[in-house]
Design a protein around this ligand. Structure first.
Ligand code: 13P
Length: 256
């Protein structure tokens, strides 16, 4: 497939693995990665493993990211991490607005624009996660929810910055459930996102921005997902925790 944008395959380890398994996994991925010219591969690790994981990844094209950040540089924010702190321990990117942050930890929409702005200002590559719940989909509110999340998440982004920004469409009902969205659902959501970016930030931004799909991605379904129009990569949870499942996803073209 002739792609306009470089495929981006990312693993979100969430609150999984231990230090030694995290290091084994990153060493294995690094060993299998080529020069990084044909795809971008990254892992979003628990913050406490960032320094060690990024030390292993150093010198390779592997990206290493945090799973959240606070928009302030410092202060009385117990339990939070600043962009500068993430940079200091070797992160080059960060997830923002993952559905688990939004739904389990009640992070509101209007935080996301500030977080995205801070990430860009700290020289971190943000991946803004958006997606509807099952209830929202069943009430035909998917489009409205995605637009609302885009509106707040991209409120402080300039058109020229969309090369450094990625959007991940992750329907909440598909995360960790084994229920992957259909090709039609994925194509429709990704088209809506790209159109929204074009309307707000211009045609160049719409062409350059990468949009990932996330939610029950496996070695068996990755090729079909990657063939869907407007899909530039995948954000993988459970299947990113083992080489047996993550490596075939990274090498998705070779799947039958
Ligand atoms: P699963 O791949 O386990 O469904 O998780 C998806 C996800 O939340 C990635 O951020």
């Amino acid at each position: 497939m002739n792609r306009v944008r470089k495929p981006y395959i990312a693993g979100n380890w969430k609150m999984n693995l231990d230090r030694s398994r995290a290091l084994d996994l990153i060493k294995t991925i690094k060993g299998r990665l080529g020069d990084g010219n044909d795809r971008e591969v990254a892992v979003f690790t628990p913050a406490v493993y960032l320094a060690d994981v990024s030390a292993v990844a150093q010198g390779s094209p592997l990206g290493v990211g945090g799973q959240n950040l606070h928009w302030e540089q410092q202060g009385a924010f117990t339990g939070e991490l600043s962009g500068k702190m993430l940079r200091e321990v070797g992160a080059d990117r960060v997830l923002i607005g993952h559905s688990e942050r939004r739904h389990l930890f009640h992070e509101p929409d209007d935080w996301m624009g500030r977080k995205v702005r801070t990430a860009l200002d700290c020289d971190l590559l943000p991946v803004l996660c958006i997606g509807e719940t099952l209830d929202e989909r069943s009430h035909n509110r998917t489009d409205r929810i995605l637009k609302k999340q885009l509106e707040s998440g991209l409120s402080a982004v300039q058109a020229t910055e969309t090369r450094r920004l990625t959007i991940a469409y992750e329907p909440v009902w598909a995360i960790g459930t084994g229920e992957v969205a259909t090709p039609e659902q994925i194509a429709a959501a990704h088209a809506l996102i790209r159109k929204w970016v074009g309307t707000k930030l211009g045609g160049d931004a719409a062409v350059t921005i990468r949009i990932l799909y996330g939610g029950s991605v496996t070695p068996d379904n990755v090729k079909g997902i990657m063939a869907s129009p407007d899909v530039d990569g995948v954000l993988v949870g459970g299947a990113s925790l083992k080489p047996d499942t993550f490596l075939p996803i990274i090498e998705f073209e070779t799947r039958a």
